[in-house]
Ligand binder design. Structure first.
Ligand code: HEM
Length: 510
């Protein structure tokens, strides 16, 4: 007699069958996992002739060390052991770190073309598809976008005589807003961010945003949160293991959420400011970009697109705001910390600038001490301590080391500004190092806060104008001090940029 259908034998056979399946699937999974581990370990091997570097852990390489302390400080320390050019393993991503002025110059200037690429890291790919300007690969896309940005910044910005006046106007709004605190303690961050971003906004959108515009402020806030997140160890992990992206939690998810919100905001803003556009009569960067798109409409290789417009606008806003804002925040913190330096700047202001007028750029060359102070802030505070990651576009050789195409290159600008070959007592804040024996301002080769080579900062000129005009007009009107000797912590907050910890300050009318 046949056993009944679904009887105990069939059940046992089914159970044995599913057990075998389970075993097979488990074995397959283990095999795939093993293959992935082997692949990762192979990726982590140093290429032949590659610079030496600190030993890393299996799978994650040196990523853990970057999370443990300030990455730029860690890298400078490692350069004392392994040399000015050493390597790091970012979880299977081969990177070299350039330390000290000579090494950075040798690569970014003497081999400028080879070192002008950006690494194809999963984070950048996901955020901008390697398009836009700042993260763009070295090639036609970058050349077209950089040229357009440089030209537009000149035409609508520092090339216009009236532009200086527009910065002074913004400085007036800024000073009046500070005045409302009537010497009571407050955090300057919010006002400086608004004032500084408005200068870039004038060029990009042809308009400024009021200090009460909470939507614009929120966009800047989450954008700058992304600058902090982008340098976190967990985002380095995402770059090494992009499949982490499927996890519904983690810093990378916050970063993507913020980016999506920023892009939506910029999309709507771009639509609004281009509403009444007259083709070939640009009023600002957005118009100029749309004109270029029109001109290249029939070129299938053209890199101008709506998407790249959003990426470029975002990059210009954040690159211009996050950096200059932090320089000014550090500069004002140091003025309150060192009242004697503040006093000397104010003395120079009184000597050179008519007290009934706003400072002008013409007066800058007559104010060597103020210039020296701003330069020392840029040197000492290292706003962008590791620059923006570069990559090699071809195989090359530096100091006898073989560097393959596609290697990630980290420029430790902090180590350049603390390079003892070029700076004496670099750990001391000492503006006089930028003055000669006659008190005249002197330029220093190893001063490179805007980096070097083809990818050097395109906003340097604009940033210098803003820093001088905002700084001098503020110190002309106010005396700065900390409330009841509440001296802030000088340890910077980590991210792709270094910013001071939040601090309160009193701005008393002079
Ligand atoms: C004190 C203020 C500033 C500092 C310290 C600074 C610093 C830097 C540094 C270190 C880089 C990396 C260069 C490299 O890859 O080697 C950079 C790139 C860049 N900066 Fe600035 N920056 C400042 C202000 C600005 C401003 C005001 C703008 C524009 C509004 C701007 C736009 C850019 C852009 C677009 C790039 C990417 C250039 C490229 O990839 O070709 N920056 N900046």
């Amino acid at each position: 007699m046949w056993p009944a259908k679904g009887g105990p034998v069939a059940a046992a056979a089914a159970a044995a069958g599913s057990g075998a399946w389970l075993l097979l699937v488990s074995l397959l999974l283990v095999a795939v996992l093993l293959a992935l581990v082997v692949r990762q370990l192979l990726k982590q091997r140093r290429p032949p002739g590659f610079p030496p570097g600190p030993a890393g852990l299996p799978l994650i390489g040196n990523i853990h060390a970057l999370g443990a302390e300030q990455p730029h400080v860690y890298m400078r320390r490692q350069s004392e052991i392994h040399g000015q050019i050493f390597s790091l393993d970012l979880g299977g991503i081969s990177a070299i770190v350039l330390n000290g002025y000579d090494a950075v110059k040798e690569c970014l200037v003497h081999q400028s073309e080879i070192f002008a690429d950006r690494p194809s890291l999963p984070l950048f790919k996901k955020l901008t598809n390697m398009g836009g300007l700042l993260n763009s690969k070295y090639g036609r896309g970058w050349t077209e976008h950089r040229k357009l940005a440089v030209n537009t910044f000149r035409i609508f910005g520092y090339g216009q005589r009236s532009f200086e006046h527009k910065i002074s106007e913004e400085a007036m709004f800024f000073l009046d807003a500070i005045d409302t605190y009537k010497g009571r303690p407050f955090d300057l961050k919010h006002l400086i961010t608004n004032a500084v971003s408005n200068i870039t906004n004038l060029i990009i959108f042809g308009e400024r945003f009021t200090y009460e515009d909470t939507k614009f402020q929120h966009m800047i806030e989450i954008f700058s949160e992304n600058i902090e997140l982008a340098a976190s160890a967990s985002v380095f992990l995402y770059n090494a293991f992009p499949w982490i992206g499927i996890l519904p939690f983690g810093k990378h998810q916050q970063l993507f959420k913020n980016a999506a919100e920023v892009y939506d905001f910029l999309h709507d803003l771009i639509e609004r400011v281009s509403e009444n556009r007259k083709p070939q009569s640009p009023r600002h960067f957005v118009d100029a970009y749309l004109d270029e798109m029109d001109c290249n409409e029939k070129d299938p290789e053209s890199t101008y697109s709506r998407e790249n417009l959003i990426f470029s606008v975002g990059e210009l806003i954040i690159a211009g705001t996050e950096t200059t804002t932090n320089v000014l925040r550090w500069a004002l913190l140091f003025m309150a910390l060192y009242p004697n330096i503040q006093g000397q700047v104010q003395k120079e202001i009184e000597l050179v600038i008519d007290p009934s007028k706003m400072p002008t750029l013409e007066e800058k060359s007559k104010m060597p001490y103020t210039e020296a102070v701003l330069h020392e802030v840029l040197r000492f505070c290292n706003i962008v301590p590791l620059g923006i990651f570069h990559a090699t576009s071809k195989d090359t050789v530096v100091r006898g080391y073989s560097i393959p195409e596609g290697t990630t290159v980290i420029t430790n600008l902090y180590s350049v500004h603390f390079d003892e070959k070029y700076w004496s007592n670099p750990e001391v804040f000492f503006p006089e190092r930028f003055l000669d024996s006659n008190g005249q301002f002197v330029k220093k080769d190893a001063f490179i806060p805007f980096s070097l080579g083809r990818r050097h900062c395109l906003g340097e000129q604009l940033a210098r104008m803003e820093m001088f005009l905002f700084f001098t007009s503020l110190l002309q009107r106010f005396h700065l001090c900390f409330p009841h000797g509440m001296i802030p912590d000088l340890k910077p907050r980590l991210g792709m940029t270094l910013q001071p910890q939040p601090y309160l300050i009193c701005a008393e009318r002079r």
